[in-house]
Ligand binder design. Structure first.
Ligand SMILES: [Zn+2]
Length: 287
């Protein structure tokens, strides 16, 4: 059964580790992430962007697939199914479809409008026992067509949003989505520290986890980050393993063209990436 991300993130914040959000794109992704979480006895958050939801034909398909897998793979660790960077309308659709967690990305609205819309969603999600992630300060890079500049959030605005009763808060601290450029200046720990000082127990969320050096990840966790989003890294691992299989000509030998064989190396690569991240974040054994 799907659960809200609230308990797992409050436990993580108190225990000084982070829970990974791994974005899913299809059956292979979902199965690889769920099986790895179960093997490592780790809580896990499955992230679904609006684009990925559309790709998988809609949110109801996603909910059906994830619930089916949890039952048929005997997954007993806590699993949250979370909308990533949702629009207001997207959030309402996911609530309706049976997600257990949503992110409302109101960072592109003026702060007053972000507050008004977030307030509405706090009301709905708390009635349904769901978790809600809010965002302050846009997170750079490209994600489903939204391009930002890797800015740092205003800690006072973070406090205004945190006080509305959201479950977890994403704030720009110089992080970006996708691959980091060579001239990236790193995370702003001053900003993160100031946000944590003002928001107290609120679990903080780090987006764009791909390519942030391990020591920065660990420092961010020590400063209150309890949820880290991983997306691009699984995609790169899947693509590299699939490329290797095809370039070795394995799809041309015997029944190597069978999708269950063709996609197997990519599946294993996602599992290895998820394992590596769960170990780094410290969520292993915390289910
Ligand atoms: Zn993000």
């Amino acid at each position: 059964m799907l659960v809200s991300a609230k308990d797992m993130l409050q436990k993580a914040k108190a225990g000084h580790y982070a829970v990974g959000q791994f974005n899913i794109n299809n059956l292979e992704w979902t199965k690889a992430i769920l099986l790895t979480a179960q093997e490592l006895n780790s809580p896990v958050i499955l992230g679904v962007s609006e684009g990925a939801g559309k790709y998988m034909t809609g949110y109801k398909t996603v909910v059906g697939m994830v619930n089916g897998m949890i039952e048929e793979l005997n997954i007993t660790v806590p699993v949250a199914l979370h909308l990533d960077h949702g629009s207001y309308e997207g959030c309402l659709k996911c609530i309706e479809a049976g997600f257990s967690s949503i992110m409302f990305d109101g960072s592109h609205y003026p702060i007053e409008e972000n507050i008004a819309k977030t307030t509405e969603l706090v009301k709905i999600t708390s009635e349904k026992g769901m978790s809600l992630e809010a965002e302050v300060g846009s997170i750079g890079g490209e994600e489903d067509g939204v391009v930002g500049k890797g800015e740092c959030a205003d800690p006072n605005e973070c406090k205004s949003i945190a006080d509305l009763g959201v479950t977890m808060l994403a704030a720009g601290i110089g992080n970006i989505h996708g691959k980091y450029p060579d001239n990236w200046e790193g995370l702003s720990f001053e900003t993160l520290d100031a946000i944590q000082q003002l928001t107290g127990d609120m679990p903080l969320v780090l987006h764009g986890g791909t390519g942030i050096p391990e020591d920065m990840i660990k420092k961010a966790i020590s400063l209150g980050v309890a949820k880290i989003n991983v997306n691009t890294e699984c995609q790169l691992a899947f693509a590299a393993a699939t490329r290797e299989y095809v370039e070795a000509g394995k799809d041309l030998s015997g029944k190597g063209f069978d999708p269950r064989k063709l996609l197997a190396p990519g599946f294993e690569a996602i599992k290895a990436t998820v394992k590596e991240k769960m170990e780094l974040f410290g969520s292993v054994g915390q289910a």
